[in-house]
Design a binder for this molecule. Structure first.
Ligand SMILES: Cc1cc2nc3c(=O)[nH]c(=O)nc-3n(C[C@H](O)[C@H](O)[C@H](O)COP(=O)(O)O)c2cc1C
Length: 194
């Protein structure tokens, strides 16, 4: 397994609330000794899954788009950072499109053609505009990312969840920036020790 972390930037804004937290987590991970590649789904050409089951029948997706390279990167990653703002109760469409296309990885697992051999650790970073009064604001996003983990052999080992950004936006000197940095460092430690 490589020692490279794949970081998915789910927000279309590179330096918005989520992006700043991601940036800090990536810095923490790199300072801990990991190589990190940030992927910006918003800049990729990826078609949504058609549910055609071709990946089950012939072991390949009908689409030859940017997802093909991502399959390889996901398979060889040592750990993951997944980040997304809450959009209508869940992750962004950009991130969800990638996750749905991981049906091909799921199918490979069902037919035992691919298994990474271990569950890779994952850090999930999310922000929401509204407060998290009921404590459920991030539940749907967490479920989506957890389910991605079943296909990609990843387990969420840490989260940085920041609510109420409409009132208190994340800035470079927010205390949560340090929290994200430390979570990034912990992720590298976990990756190097597994
Ligand atoms: C299309 C859209 C949908 C959103 N839906 C929600 C939502 O359902 N719940 C919520 O708390 N905030 C929602 N928000 C607010 C964002 O989650 C919040 O502003 C977030 O911090 C933006 O992150 P960013 O700066 O990284 O893009 C939404 C924002 C947009 C643009």
């Amino acid at each position: 397994m490589s020692k490279r972390i794949i970081a998915l930037a789910g927000s279309p804004k590179r330096r918005g609330n989520t992006g700043l937290l991601l940036e800090s987590a990536v810095k923490g991970a790199r300072d801990g000794g990991a190589e990190v590649e940030i992927i910006y789904p918003n800049s990729l050409r990826i078609k949504p899954c058609q549910g055609c089951n071709t990946c089950y029948k012939v072991d390949a997706c009908i689409y030859q788009d940017d997802m093909i390279e991502l399959y390889h990167k996901f398979k060889s990653a040592g750990a993951f950072i997944i980040s997304s703002p809450v959009y209508f109760g869940s992750v962004t469409a950009q991130l969800k499109t990638i996750i749905d296309r991981c049906q091909a990885l799921w199918m490979e697992k069902q037919t035992a053609k691919y298994r990474s051999g271990q569950e890779r650790p994952g850090l999930f970073i999310a922000t929401s505009g509204h407060p998290n009064t009921k404590g459920t604001r991030f539940d749907s996003s967490l479920e989506v990312v957890r389910t991605f983990g079943y296909a990609a052999d990843m387990r969420i080992t840490d989260t940085v969840l920041v609510a109420d950004t409409d009132r208190i936006p994340v800035t470079e000197d927010s205390p949560v920036i340090q929290e994200a940095y430390e979570a990034g460092r912990r992720l590298t430690e976990r990756m190097l020790n597994t």
